[in-house]
Design a protein around this ligand. Structure first.
Ligand code: ATP
Ligand code: MG
Length: 595
C-alpha cells in the first residue's frame, strides 16, 4: 500500500486493551459475560437491563446517558435514571397493548430519544425490536414490514402521513401504530399517541426472566448485493456489544461518544444505543443530517472524545479539505473509528491531517452483530488494512472446495473471510429464510461473502465482496485496491470499479468515478486518471476504461452498489432497488451508515 504503517498513538488515557497479544491469549467470552450483571436473582440476561437498569442499581442513575441535539430547540440530557423510567413505561405500555414476548415491534423514526426508548422498552418487554430507516419510501418499508410482520409500529406523525398511511391497509398483522407528534393537527384515525400512552403507563417495571437465547433484535442488511435479509439477534449479543465497546472503541466512563450511524441500521443500534449505554458513557444523538461544518461544531462544542463514523462521511469531509476541520477545536478527540465500507489509506491519513488522529477502520456485518476485525488503539495501523480479529474471534481466509468444504489459506493468499461461530452477537437466522442461513456455513465456519488477504502478521486486507471481484486474464482483482488508487488522484471524489465481460480477457476492469467540485470530466482528465492507475497498479490490474458519473449509486446505508453499475453497463435488469439511495441521481446521505 501507498502509506507507511502508523504506530499506535500514545494515548491520552490508558487503553482498555494495552497488549493485543496478551488479550488474545487471555480473553474468554465467559469472562466478558461476567463483566455484565445478568438479571437480578440469576434470571438470565437482558440487553436493556445491562444498558440501563444495571447503572441505576449501581448508583449511576444521575449520570447523563444521552445528550440529544434536536434540529430546533434546546439540547436535552437524558440520565440513566430517566431512561430507566421511560423504558419501563414503554414496556408497560406494550403489555397493555397485548404485546407478548417474541412479538415484534418496529420503529421508523429519525434520530430522536423516542427511538431509544422504544428500542430498550421493547427489549424489557422481551419483544423483538427492529429499526427501519426513516428515509425509506413506502415500498422499502412495506417490503420489510411484510418480512418482519410486527404487531406494533412506532413512527412519527409526519412519516406516517408521508409514507405509511397509504400502505397501512396492506400491512398484515400490524395491530397498533404509535405516533410521535412532530407536526400540528389531530392524529389520523387508527393511530395512537405515543407520548400520551407513555405518560399514562407506570414507570415501575420488572424485567421477567430472559433466556440469553431469546430473540431480541431484527436487523435488515443493507441490500448491497440483493434483496435485504432480516438477521435475528438474541439478548446474549449484549456481551459482544459491551466487549467491543471496550476493546475496539476503547470506551471509558468519562468519554463523550458519538456514533454517527443512523439507528435504522445495525451500527446505529449496536453502537449508537447499546454499547455506549452498557459501558456507561455519555453519547450524542444528533437529529440533523450530515453537514460537515455542523459536525465539526458538534465535535468541538460537545467535547466528543470517541467518534465512530463511516467512509462516506469521511469522503464528504475530505472533499471540503482539512482546513475546514482545523478551524474547529476538536482537541478533545482521542479515538476515531470507521466502518461500513473499505477505508482507503488516503482517508486514514486524512484523519491525521484534519484531527491529528488517524481513522481506525473496523469490519463487521449485520450478521455478526458487532465488530469482528479492527484496528485497535494500541495496535499499529496499516493504512488500507481492516486490522486484526477481536480477541475471542477466530477469523481466517478460506477457499470453498468443490466438495462443499473449505480450506484455510496461508498468509498472502486471497480468499473468503470466515469466522468460527460461537461469539455472542452472531445472528441466529434469517427470518423466513432458513435455507439461506444454512448456506452460510461450511466445515464449522461462517462464510461472510467478503474476500480478503491476511498478511504475515495476521492483518486482514479487504479485497472486495465475493460478488464484486473481477476475473481478468487469469487474475482475481479486488475492486477496493483499484478504487483506492483512483482516489489518490486529486480530481476523484468517488470511485467504483466493475468487471465488464470481454471475449479475450474474460472481464476487463471498468472504472466509474465522480469528480470533486471544480473539475471537468474531459478526455485529458480521463487519460490522466487511467495513467496514474497503470503506474500504480500495473497494466494487468489497472482499469482499461473509465467513465464519469455525477455520483455513484449507493445504498441508503452509503455503500457503492457495484452490482447496479454493472447491470446498467450491461443493460441487464437492475434487481432489488429498495435500498438505492436515489434512483436518478447524486447525494448519498453519509448519515445512513451501516457496516
Ligand atoms: P447485503 O448483505 O444485503 O448485500 P450489506 O452486506 O452491504 O448488504 P451490511 O451488513 O450492512 O449489509 O454490510 C456489511 C458489509 O459491508 C460487509 O460484508 C462488507 O462487505 C462491508 N464492510 C463493512 N465494513 C467494512 C470495512 N471496514 N471494510 C470493507 N468492507 C466493509
Ligand atoms: Mg451482506
Amino acid at each position: 500500500m501507498a502509506l507507511d504503517a502508523i504506530p499506535a498513538v500514545v494515548p491520552a488515557v490508558a487503553p482498555n486493551m494495552p497488549d493485543y497479544a496478551l488479550a488474545r491469549r487471555e480473553f474468554s467470552w465467559a469472562q466478558a459475560r461476567a463483566a455484565l450483571d445478568g438479571l437480578p436473582g440469576g434470571r438470565g440476561l437482558n440487553i436493556a437491563h445491562e444498558a440501563v437498569d444495571r447503572h441505576v442499581r449501581a448508583g449511576r442513575g444521575p449520570r447523563v446517558a444521552v445528550r440529544y441535539l434536536p434540529l430546533s430547540g434546546r439540547r436535552q440530557e437524558i440520565t440513566f435514571a430517566g431512561l430507566a423510567r421511560s423504558t419501563n413505561r414503554f414496556a408497560n405500555l406494550l403489555g397493555r397493548l397485548g404485546v407478548a414476548p417474541g412479538d415484534r415491534v418496529f420503529a421508523c423514526l429519525g434520530r430522536v430519544p423516542e427511538l431509544v426508548i422504544a428500542a430498550l422498552g421493547t427489549l424489557k418487554a422481551r419483544a423483538v425490536f427492529a429499526p427501519l430507516f426513516s428515509a425509506f419510501g413506502p415500498e422499502p418499508l412495506r417490503a420489510r414490514v411484510a418480512i418482519g410482520r410486527p404487531k406494533v409500529l412506532v413512527t412519527a406523525q409526519s412519516l406516517y402521513r408521508q409514507k405509511i398511511a397509504a400502505i397501512r391497509a396492506g400491512l398484515e398483522g400490524l395491530e397498533h401504530v404509535l405516533l410521535v407528534r412532530d407536526e400540528p393537527g389531530a392524529l389520523p384515525v387508527g393511530t395512537l399517541d405515543f407520548h400520551a400512552l407513555l405518560r399514562a403507563a407506570s414507570p415501575a417495571f420488572t424485567i421477567e426472566a430472559t433466556d440469553p437465547e431469546d430473540a431480541a433484535l431484527l436487523h435488515f442488511t443493507s441490500g448491497t448485493t440483493g434483496r435485504p435479509k432480516a438477521a435475528v439477534h438474541v439478548h446474549e449479543a449484549v456481551v459482544a456489544h459491551h466487549a467491543t465497546g471496550l476493546l475496539a472503541l476503547d470506551l471509558h466512563p468519562d468519554d463523550v461518544f458519538w456514533c454517527t450511524a443512523d439507528p435504522g441500521w445495525v451500527t446505529g443500534t449496536s453502537y449508537g444505543i447499546i454499547a455506549p449505554l452498557t459501558c456507561g458513557v455519555k453519547s450524542i444523538l444528533d437529529e440533523g443530517d450530515f453537514d460537515a461544518e455542523r459536525w465539526y461544531a458538534i465535535v468541538a462544542g460537545e467535547r466528543v472524545t470517541v467518534w465512530y463514523t463511516a467512509p462516506t462521511a469521511i469522503r464528504m469531509m475530505m472533499r471540503l479539505g482539512a482546513e475546514v476541520a482545523r478551524r474547529h477545536d476538536t482537541s478533545r478527540l482521542r479515538f476515531l473509528a470507521s466502518v461500513g465500507e473499505p477505508l482507503a489509506p488516503e482517508a486514514v491519513a486524512w484523519g491525521s491531517k484534519a484531527f491529528g488522529l488517524p481513522f481506525h477502520d473496523n469490519w463487521w456485518q449485520t450478521e455478526t452483530g458487532g465488530i469482528m476485525i479492527a484496528n485497535f488503539p494500541a495496535t499499529e495501523i496499516r493504512p488500507g488494512s481492516m486490522g486484526l480479529p477481536l480477541p475471542g474471534i477466530e477469523a481466517a481466509v478460506v477457499e470453498r472446495r468443490a466438495d462443499g468444504g473449505v480450506r484455510v489459506l496461508p498468509p498472502g493468499m486471497q480468499g473468503e473471510i470466515a469466522l468460527r461461530p460461537g461469539w455472542p452477537s452472531m445472528f441466529r437466522g434469517y427470518l423466513g429464510d432458513p435455507a439461506r442461513y444454512r448456506g452460510c456455513f461450511a466445515d464449522g465456519w461462517y462464510l461472510t461473502g467478503d474476500l480478503a488477504r491476511r498478511d504475515d502478521d495476521g492483518y486482514f486486507w479487504f479485497v472486495g465482496r465475493a460478488d464484486d471481484v473481477i476475473k481478468s486474464s487469469g487474475h482475481l482483482i479486488g475492486p477496493f485496491e483499484v478504487e483506492s488508487v483512483l482516489l489518490e488522484h486529486e480530481a476523484v471524489a468517488e470511485a467504483g470499479v466493475i468487471g465488464r465481460p470481454d471475449p479475450a480477457a474474460f472481464e476487463i476492469v471498468k472504472a466509474f468515478v465522480s469528480l470533486k467540485p471544480g473539475y471537468a470530466g474531459d478526455e485529458a482528465l480521463q487519460r490522466g486518471i487511467l495513467a496514474l492507475a497503470r503506474r500504480r497498479l500495473g497494466a494487468a490490474v489497472a482499469p482499461k476504461e473509465l467513465a464519469f458519473l455525477p455520483a455513484l449509486p449507493r445504498t441508503r446505508s452509503g455503500k457503492i452498489m457495484r452490482r447496479l453499475l454493472k447491470a446498467r453497463e450491461l443493460g441487464l435488469p437492475e434487481g432489488d432497488l429498495s435500498t438505492l439511495e436515489n434512483p436518478d441521481g447524486p447525494a448519498a446521505s453519509p448519515r445512513a451508515t451501516a457496516p
